[in-house]
Design a protein around this ligand. Structure first.
Ligand code: OGA
Ligand code: NI
Length: 353
């Protein structure tokens, strides 16, 4: 009965979360072994100052070195002096927040369960389809090149296209620069991937995590790694946890640093690096007080372009460890599988045993 009621809320575009219930409905409860403690220690994630990238060879080398270390240690790092003004960050978060405050029928225009759609509003991962539902509302849209996509974004709130567009194009440039630094840190040179990424896919996902009456019972997003090469995340408050593989796979809270952006290594960079860099496993936890907003920008090669391990990193001692795959392959996988239960993930399907 209860589950049917949940499905009904999804059909009307009003998820349980948005109604502000006093209890978490059964279909949002995660198994007890996967529940968050909400007291995870802070992750000691490196903060990389990107000013050095533009300051001449010695400084550049030091920054590249620290990016390489961070990619090996955590698979993620903060960046400061990234070149995106605070006002652009604030306006993007503001536009996202306003969008989620719109009446349900405005948002419903974009509601779809088809993961291949270039603009899509929804809740959870695949609302009403997966066995467990997650406490998240989202809007996803393609963003590169901006002029090809911005017309398909929401017209409301009126500042959405301008403010999110300004952020998107800045973050796209930053991703290309970071891709160059990351391949350089692998000894592949700065052009190895960056040109493909310049013309590649950028998917902006704005996430809204409403306050949750029982935040220990559920999650905003289940443990996952991103399929992308790189993800750049802007958050309004803490709530993201990363799995620390060098500390027994324990969960660590990503500290909130005002003005900083978080860079994730995604599955496709793990593949490119032939496993030298690991895509970071992360999840979103909730709180009972505040709505949390995040904007994740996923960067990869073109929709149909396969990512393969770099030949330069494959030899007799390091055999090719992953098969090639494209963003489209990931979407097909997501469409066909319930990834919310932690039993199956895209990256595992790529590993050559
Ligand atoms: C994602 C994601 C984390 C967050 O959208 O893939 O991991 O903090 N988001 O919202
Ligand atoms: Ni993610």
């Amino acid at each position: 009965m209860e589950i049917d009621m949940c499905f009904q809320c999804f059909n009307t575009g009003q998820s349980a979360q948005e109604k502000g219930p006093t209890h978490v409905p059964k279909c949002y409860e995660v198994p007890s072994s996967e529940r968050p403690s909400l007291s995870s220690p802070e992750a000691q994630i490196p903060v990389v100052d990107l000013a050095g990238l533009r300051m001449g060879p010695t400084h550049r080398l030091a920054v590249i070195e620290s990016i390489g270390q961070a990619c090996k240690r955590f698979g993620c790092y903060h960046v400061v002096n990234h070149g995106i003004d605070q006002s652009i960050l604030d306006k993007a978060l503001g536009a996202a927040d306003e969008f989620f405050h719109l009446p349900a029928d405005e948002k419903l225009k974009f509601m779809s369960k088809d993961v291949h759609k270039p603009v899509r509003y929804g809740t959870s991962l695949k609302d009403g389809v997966d066995k467990i539902q997650f406490w998240r509302v989202f809007l996803k849209h393609y963003a590169n090149p901006l002029n090809d996509w911005v017309q398909s974004w929401p017209e409301n709130p009126p500042a959405y296209r301008g403010d999110m567009g300004a952020y998107s194009s800045k973050v796209q440039k930053l991703a290309v620069e970071l891709a160059g630094a990351t391949t350089e840190s692998l000894g592949l040179g700065s052009k190895y991937l960056s040109e493909k990424m310049e013309e590649g896919m950028q998917v902006i996902t704005t996430n809204c995590y409403p306050p949750c009456p029982q935040p220990r019972l559920t999650l905003g997003l289940p443990p996952h790694s991103d399929y992308s090469c790189l993800t750049i995340l802007l958050q309004s408050s803490p709530g993201l946890e990363v799995m620390d593989m060098q500390d027994g796979g324990s969960w660590k809270l990503v500290p909130y640093i005002s003005g900083a952006l978080l860079v994730h290594i995604g599955d496709h960079f793990e593949v490119l690096s032939n496993g030298l860099y690991k895509s970071v496993v992360h999840r979103a936890v909730l709180n009972s007080q505040n709505t949390r907003i995040s904007i994740a920008s996923f960067h990869s090669k073109g929709l149909l372009e396969k990512m393969e391990p770099a030949l330069e990193l494959v030899d007799a001692n390091h055999p090719k460890a992953y098969k090639g795959s494209s963003f489209k392959d990931f979407l097909d996988f997501l469409s066909a599988n319930d990834v919310g239960q932690g039993k199956i993930c895209f990256l595992d399907t790529l590993k050559i045993k």
